[in-house]
Design a binder for this molecule. Structure first.
Ligand code: MRU
Length: 344
């Protein structure tokens, strides 16, 4: 998958707003291009946003053409603030910008040209690590699935939401690579339709059997006994194991509990935010009302109707059977067990 590629001092992204009808690659030549792509969701999904943000920092560093080192560091901080201002919920964005800023600080004694090269190497390392992490998560998560299982997923936590392979879909891919027959039910994920547009497309490209349902069908298919496990991604996980993920995840988790179906979250350690004690403190992005009143540009609601459009919700830890990370599956009590896996 070409979710994001760094080539000759530019970042190339699949424009996810146009999938699956068109596969268009957009080129980001400046940090402002990157900030715009994150804000407008040309690139989305917590890990993909993180690595994109890291390359945004590199572009920002390359754009500085002075020779005053103090001014260079001030400028880099300003670039970081712009990139951090794009979307509030996925902690990977903040983690990635801070990792680049910290790396710059570590090599502060070098000349500006050398610092820029170090930052480019760091972003490339983050991109490689993301794929390795997903494969590790896939390996651990696949042990939770049996041959013949059907997994329900919400939103898109696949190759398109990461540099490649995916988190929740990475677990499914790993199980399939182990020779298990796994089928997927994909919630369409209103209002932005990541499930219908991206998850369904991505799985079909890989010949993994997928059935698309609208979000309000999840309870029906669970009660019918069609689902063996739910696996979703995460945008931020609080110290107590509460998980912020795409709006609608909470409802799916409650339904899973009611139907005795295990509910797993697959997320890299970079998605943990141990500074946040509980989910209520996670900032939730509110997006444009147009996403609710329109589908693909066509109005579906009376003009002027009052709208609420939170892009994420928080699933309380009591609904979460386990959190699949690159260091293994973490089980409750999360307050204690998440502390053991620190951020790199
Ligand atoms: O608004 P989005 O599309 O960026 O939201 C994405 C999600 O909620 C994903 O489930 C989450 O980022 C995990 S992606 C591996």
């Amino acid at each position: 998958m070409d979710t994001l590629k760094w080539r000759e001092n530019a970042l190339f992204l699949i424009d996810q707003t146009l999938l699956p009808r068109q596969k268009v690659i957009i080129e980001c030549k400046t940090y402002k291009d990157v900030a715009k792509a994150i804000k407008e969701m040309n690139v989305r999904g917590a890990p993909a946003i993180g690595v994109t943000a890291a390359y945004g920092m590199v572009l920002g560093a390359f754009e500085y053409d002075g020779d005053d080192k103090e001014a260079f560091f001030d400028y880099l901080n300003d670039v970081g603030d712009v990139i951090k201002g794009t979307r509030p919920t996925a902690v990977n964005l903040f983690w990635a910008v801070d990792r680049i800023l910290n790396r710059a600080d570590e090599v502060r004694d070098k000349d500006i040209t050398s610092i820029k090269i170090v930052l480019e190497e760091e972003a490339n390392r983050m991109a490689r690590e993301d794929i390795d992490t997903n494969r590790c998560m896939g390996h651990y998560g696949a042990q939770l699935l049996k041959d013949g299982d059907t997994v329900l997923t919400h939103c898109n936590a696949g190759a398109l939401a990461t540099v490649d392979y995916g988190t929740a879909l990475g677990v499914i891919r790993a199980a399939v690579e182990e020779g298990k027959n796994i089928s997927v039910f994909a919630d369409e994920t209103r209002p932005y339709l990541q499930g219908a547009r991206l998850t369904a497309w991505e799985l079909m490209e890989d010949n993994i059997p997928v059935t698309l349902i609208t979000d309000n069908m999840a309870g029906y298919v669970m009660k019918k006994g069609l689902i063996n496990a739910v696996i979703v991604g995460a945008d931020r996980i609080a110290a107590n194991g509460d998980v912020a993920n795409k709006i609608g995840t909470y409802s799916v988790a409650v339904l899973a509990k009611e139907n005795n179906i295990p509910f797993y979250v697959a997320a890299p350690i970079s998605t943990l935010d141990l500074d946040i004690k509980a989910g209520d403190d996670i900032p939730i992005e509110e997006r444009s009302s147009m996403e609710v009143t329109h589908i693909c540009g066509v109005p579906i609601a009376p003009e002027g109707v009052k709208v609420m459009n939170p892009a994420f919700d928080v699933t309380p830890n009591k609904y979460i059977t386990g959190i699949i990370t690159e260091e293994g599956v973490i089980y409750p009590p999360y307050n204690k067990n998440l502390q053991k896996v620190g951020k790199k």
